[in-house]
Design a protein around this ligand. Sequence first.
Ligand code: SAH
Ligand code: SF4
Length: 335
Amino acid sequence: MNLSKLSEILQAEPKFRFKQVYQALYLDLIDDWQQASVLPLALRERLNIECPLTIQAELQKDASDKRSEKAMIYFTDKVAVETVLIRQRDRRYTVCLSSQAGCPLGCAFCATGASGFTRNLSAEEIVEQFFFWARRLRHNQDVEKIDNVVFMGMGEPFLNYDEFIKAVKILHDPERFNLGSRRMSVSTAGITEGIKKLSSEKLQINLAISLHAPVDSLREQLMPIGKKYPIAKVLKTVDEYIAKTGRRVMFEYIMMKNTNDDDDDARALANLMRKPLYLVNLIPYNTTGRFQASSPARINTFQEKLESMGVAVTQRRSQGQGIGAACGQLAGKKK
Ligand code: SAH
Ligand code: SF4
């Protein structure tokens, strides 16, 4: 798929073409310009050559997991990323988008980090992943809706800030996908420059911070980028973000057995997180090899400990483990 020449081509057309083309692309979700029967034949043919709509994708389905689907999307240079569709209740869906092919940050628990970094994605390539799922659901558009978008696939969105935010604006644009910004969430490993920039956007997108450890020594082992962005620096920036936006911030904490899940960790974490508009989200560890998951009982105890110390806590239900589609398992390679 490549829409880079679209505006140039439409400039030579009468004004109303723009509306027709947007309707066909973003509402009818066509995957071949021939389906846009309101357009003149010659224009359809030209668009098919210069703005191809076909998405090169490989769908991975797993019979054991009916709630999520994963797809590998191939771009024109053959670089590929993974994207996930997660079914919520009532035919509502969450789409998880990748912002980079691979990730340069190399977190110890993350499959994407282990796969290395290939390149940043363009905004169009980020949105292409959304197009793929929207088209897949199109035949049932009345009942099936993509409700939420999470930038929690491969890569660190704030190391590709400009393209990431451009993608958000395309999804949000009333003339295009018209997705409310409150329905979008971005997760960062704690790149403070990105947190600052986001606080100046006129967008109500939700912010999540990958914390995963209550002290720098452990966090640096798990997330090497923690050396550049120590916990105190990240939290100071988050506090400024909250002061400016009044929005709540979620802190992600992957529960890893005998690593970050004992009572001392809970106490240390509580001392950091006991603030208004802070919310801790405990995440079950999806196996990527190096660590072990905390038991459900341990996660519950950890949650109770945090709550008893005045912290707001939720647990994330993990989905997509069967197809390696859960958080941190996106590797971008054929297995
Ligand atoms: N790079 C960003 C966004 C992508 S990762 C970030 O790190 O925040 C999205 C989420 O998946 C993050 O919270 C990340 O920490 C989490 N994650 C990574 N590996 C995981 C694993 N093995 N199990 C569970 N969650 C994982
Ligand atoms: Fe990159 Fe996020 Fe994975 Fe860390 S957890 S390696 S920042 S994608």
